[in-house]
Structures are given as C-alpha cells and as structure tokens.
Design a protein around this ligand. Structure first.
Ligand code: ZN
Length: 131
C-alpha cells in the first residue's frame, strides 16, 4: 500500500500558503511528539472572514501536505464555514485511508488541530452562549 498519494507528494514538495503573516490575527502552534511534526497556523481575520492563512513548521510529508491542503480549503471562508470544516473534510482532501493508522492520522490532523485551537481561542467570547 502506498501511503503517499500523488497529492501528498505534490503538496509536500510545493506547499501552498507556506510562510508567516505580518498582520496575523491568530497565531497558534501545535506539536505532534510521536512523529516530531510542528505546525504553526497564522490567520488574518477581517469582517468574520479568513482573509489570509499561512502555515509554517516542519515534519513528515503527511503533516506538511495536510497543512498545505487545509490552507487552500480554508482561505477566503467565513468563520462559520471554517469552524464547520471537519476532520472528515480534511481526510477527504488527503484521499488516503488513515483510519487504520493512528500514528499517521495524528500527522494528518495536526494542522487542523492548530487551526481550530487558534480559531476557537480568538472566538471564545463570541461562543460563550454556546458552552
Ligand atoms: Zn508526522
């Protein structure tokens, strides 16, 4: 079985939205100690929309490719849409079955975790009534 689909190889070689934002509204980093992956997600939010998203970090091909795919999927979305972007959505983009491979699943979901943690950190006061 080939764990590395074409899409993953392509994204890990030529990642989208790699870098940092000068005017980030959100900057949040997560680690995956099992694999050594590190992903920082930076967002520029204006008018309840994700105007810009960048990621930086290092790690295995899956973690970096998933971050690249995530940023492509999230850029330009409203906060509402971005919050409803699920791990199933991301796994569908990655396109390889990871449910039997919890180690690799952690790699794949690291960027989404960094993104959601950062996003919910900022939106906490808005979301109080939902708690
Ligand atoms: Zn990894």
């Amino acid at each position: 079985m080939n764990l590395y689909s074409e899409a993953i190889l392509e994204h890990s070689k030529y990642p989208s939205n790699y870098g940092t934002l000068e005017d980030a509204s959100v900057s949040h980093e997560e680690h995956n100690p099992l694999c050594g992956d590190r992903i920082r997600i930076e967002l520029h939010i204006e008018h309840d929309t994700i105007q810009a998203i960048k990621f930086s970090g290092e790690g295995c091909a899956i973690s970096q490719a998933a971050a690249s795919m995530l940023t492509e999927a999230i850029a330009g979305k409203s906060l509402q849409e971005a919050k409803s972007f699920s791990k199933d959505d991301l796994l569908a983009l990655i396109g390889i079955p990871l449910d039997k491979n919890p180690m690799r699943l952690k790699c794949a979901l690291l960027a989404l975790k960094a993104f959601k943690m950062g996003l919910y950190g900022v939106g906490t006061t808005l979301d109080d009534e939902d708690l």
